[in-house]
Design a protein around this ligand. Structure first.
Ligand SMILES: O=P(O)(O)O[C@H]1O[C@H](CO)[C@@H](O)[C@H]1O
Ligand SMILES: O=c1cc[nH]c(=O)[nH]1
Length: 235
């Protein structure tokens, strides 16, 4: 057990999928894994371990934002020895060529968080995905005919942003989408020398204002989850 996870030693698989929403963790466990068992209910942040094509895979809710995901991934790596962390999240598209319902493989993440500014005393660390997982995710996506965008994302601390200027500038610098966790995931995975990747589905569009319904999100998330699970077991 760790402070925020009630799992027994050995109850969490070496590869963990990480949705922000704990109910998405439940949905993935019930619809994509076999023989899934719930190992965590502390704070309602549900976590499950099951199998996918015979291999053990866990799925753990992280909550929203850097402080929340940082707690869970720190404990997953330090207390449970997790080796591969694959975020399966939603995001807002920042560029015209990225459409609602598209899937993004996040190579790197800029951020407006002070998380790394404090850690590196003002130096700009470059949070980066692990190439092995990027390659496997891209191969998994293309082998099943999914179109994916591969590029940088923006991890923000502020969902309801009042000033669009920075977001627009980041978009002009080819940033594909905004979400709230990837920068911390890549930073902490580097610290622990583990593999991490964020795969994101576009749930809304910052330029067009288009949004998905809850039902549509469930179907389109299916693509992202398939890609993540194929990536998890790919050799
Ligand atoms: O769908 P999830 O994984 O929660 O990700 C996105 O959705 C939340 C905001 O609504 C933030 O956590 C953001 O990163
Ligand atoms: O963090 C997020 C997630 C989805 N859509 C956004 O605009 N921001």
């Amino acid at each position: 057990m760790s402070i925020h996870l009630g799992a027994k030693p050995g109850a969490i698989a070496p590869t963990v999928l990480l949705p922000g929403d704990p109910l998405r963790a439940k949905y993935i466990a019930e619809n994509f894994l076999e023989n899934a068992v719930c190992y965590n209910e502390v704070r309602g942040m549900l976590g499950y371990t099951g199998t996918y094509q015979g291999q053990a895979v866990s799925v753990q809710g992280t909550g929203m934002g850097i402080p929340s995901i940082s707690i869970y991934i720190h404990e997953l790596m330090e207390s449970y020895g997790v080796q591969q962390l694959i975020r399966v999240g939603s995001c807002g598209a920042m560029r015209e060529e990225v459409k609602v319902r598209d899937v993004i493989i996040a190579l790197s993440a800029s951020t407006d968080s002070s998380f790394n500014q404090l850690r590196f005393k003002g130096l700009d660390f470059a949070p980066t995905a692990h190439f092995d997982l990027v390659k496997k995710a891209y191969e998994s996506a293309t082998s099943k005919g999914s179109i994916v965008h591969v590029g940088s994302v923006f991890t923000t601390d502020t969902f309801y942003n009042e000033d669009p200027e920075v977001t627009q500038r980041l978009a002009a610098y080819q940033t594909l989408a905004v979400e709230m966790e990837t920068s911390a995931l890549y930073t902490l995975a580097a610290k622990f020398n583990r593999k991490a990747l964020s795969i994101l589905t576009v749930s809304d569009h910052l330029i067009t204002g288009e949004e998905t319904t809850a039902a549509e999100r469930e179907t389109t998330f299916r693509d992202m989850i398939d890609i993540a699970l194929e990536t998890a077991i790919r050799v």
